[in-house]
Design a protein. Structure first.
Length: 157
């Protein structure tokens, strides 16, 4: 289980929630998944994003899979994963940062999230705490991550 932050290419004249609802209504669980088919512009967006994260945050590892491009960040603040398919992205943070240990990794996740918005033209929303990434309060997100992580460590181990 991970703390997830979602990014979408919001449809013209629609809100984030309306776009997500439309995407979900078109989902067919019985259909075969279609491999990712990035445009040249989407590939360039990803390349710019990787360069910027590497320059401003630190080293990353990347890999291409049939359905997404994936970035792993394992730095002093903690670990996170970013998946991108050209139309959407997702940041996943493991629930292993209890209490105040959550603030550095969440600050890094939101910083990367804002870079995703800038470089890829996607809009981010953190449903864990109900706030947009662009204007969201990192302390609120870190408190949620840290609280769940503390609960998990105290209850499940």
């Amino acid at each position: 289980m991970t703390y997830d932050i979602m990014f979408l290419r919001v449809l013209q004249g629609r809100s984030f929630d309306e776009t997500l609802e439309e995407i979900n209504s078109a989902y067919d669980p019985d259909a075969d998944l279609k491999p990712m088919n990035l445009t040249g512009e989407q590939r360039a967006d990803w390349d710019r994003l990787i360069q910027r994260i590497s320059r401003e945050i630190g080293p990353v590892t990347t890999e291409e899979f049939p359905y997404s491009l994936t970035l792993w960040r394992d730095g002093p603040a903690g670990q996170l994963q970013l998946d991108y398919d050209g139309h959407s992205a997702n940041i996943e943070i493991p629930y292993r940062y209890p209490g105040n240990e959550a603030l550095p990794v969440m600050a890094e996740a939101y910083c990367i999230g804002r870079m995703v918005e800038d470089e890829c033209g996607l809009e981010g929303f953190d449903y864990e705490v109900g706030q947009p990434v662009r204007t969201g309060d990192i302390d609120v997100a870190a408190a949620r991550l840290g609280g769940v992580a503390r609960w998990a460590q105290e209850t499940l181990t």
